[in-house]
Design a protein around this ligand. Structure first.
Ligand code: SF4
Ligand code: SF4
Ligand code: SF4
Length: 291
């Protein structure tokens, strides 16, 4: 079957169908937030790939799955089979994209916050056209569990990573100096009294001193998220700028909502958030976040 001449490829892309280079064939993008996939769903996806596609699946750089090589006339059948099994279809175009995240505190020994859980919550609330907002361009969000930033929060329109502020309980310290050696930022030096002294200007709140202390003298004072806005990759890469620190998980959702409203009100069609921030000003964005 040849592709109808009236077909709106942009609209199809928005619905998750991406035209391939090969004539009349499409890839179907699935919605797999934070890259977490039910094993039963994976079997259904494999079956659909063999039944309607060319038997190949592509793992996207944003933790997604695309079923490749589906002829135009089989697209609806493929979609019906997937949706009947509870597998959701993704979206492209100027939308709030599927949220990515690392496994975070539930799985990774380095995790400080439940980045995967936060990513799922954000995806559930904002995916597509949140609150009826038509966005000027695509909008990408990610959550990292710690400062290693594996899912690259600074390259997303809005990105978060976990933070932990340490607090010293001097009575528990034996003066071993392990924390001084452990701190890669040089933020800890041992004082004359054999107690560690923390330089807050150098400390990046990674929590390594807490993990390394053999007597638990460094304890958690507070845990939260740092937020960045305006990052993007592509032709003109730009790192996101910090817009908040020690944000609670609940407040992180409101940060996203506030930035989306700013973007909708100030962004020009086809303009990524970072460009909007450059035009309108980071201070103005910060003024409107957390109101
Ligand atoms: S960002 Fe941190 S918590 Fe997440 S996977 Fe990387 S090391 Fe683990
Ligand atoms: S690692 Fe712990 S016990 Fe050792 S100097 Fe640092 S705070 Fe004290
Ligand atoms: S939290 Fe990290 S940067 Fe800060 S003092 Fe501890 S090890 Fe150093």
């Amino acid at each position: 079957m040849t592709l109808p001449k009236t077909i709106d490829l942009a609209a199809m892309k928005t619905g998750g169908f991406i035209k391939q280079k090969e004539k009349d064939f499409f890839a179907l993008r699935l919605r797999t937030p934070v890259g977490k996939i039910d094993a039963d769903h994976l079997e259904v996806i494999s079956k659909v790939s063999r039944k309607y596609g060319d038997g190949n699946l592509h793992l996207t750089v944003r933790q997604g799955i695309e079923i490749q090589g589906i002829p135009f006339e089989q697209l609806q059948n493929a979609r019906d089979d997937l949706e009947a099994a509870g597998v959701r279809i993704g979206a492209c175009g100027p939308r709030f994209r599927v949220v990515t995240a690392c496994p975070g505190a539930e799985i990774c020994p380095n995790g400080l916050v439940d980045s995967a859980g936060l990513g799922l919550a954000a995806d559930e609330r904002f995916y597509g056209q949140p609150e009826g907002l038509e966005l000027p361009h695509k909008f990408k969000v990610t959550f990292a569990g710690c400062l290693a930033c594996c899912p690259k929060p600074q390259e997303n329109d809005v990105g978060f990573h976990g933070l932990v502020e340490p607090e010293l309980f001097a009575d528990d310290c034996n003066g071993c100096g392990v924390c001084e050696v452990t701190c890669k930022e040089g933020a800890i030096v041992m004082g004359d009294d054999d107690l560690p002294i923390k330089d807050d200007a150098k400390c990046i709140d990674c929590g390594d001193c807490i993990k390394s202390c053999p007597t638990d003298a460094w304890k958690v004072k507070r845990v939260g998220l740092a937020a960045y806005a305006g990052g993007r990759w592509g032709r003109h890469p730009e790192l996101g700028q910090k817009i908040g620190e020690f944000i609670s998980p609940d407040d992180a959702m409101e940060v996203i909502a506030d930035v989306l409203r700013f973007y909708k009100e100030e962004g020009k069609r086809g303009e990524r958030l970072g460009v909007t921030i450059g035009r309108v000003g980071l201070d103005e964005l910060k003024r409107r976040v957390g109101k």
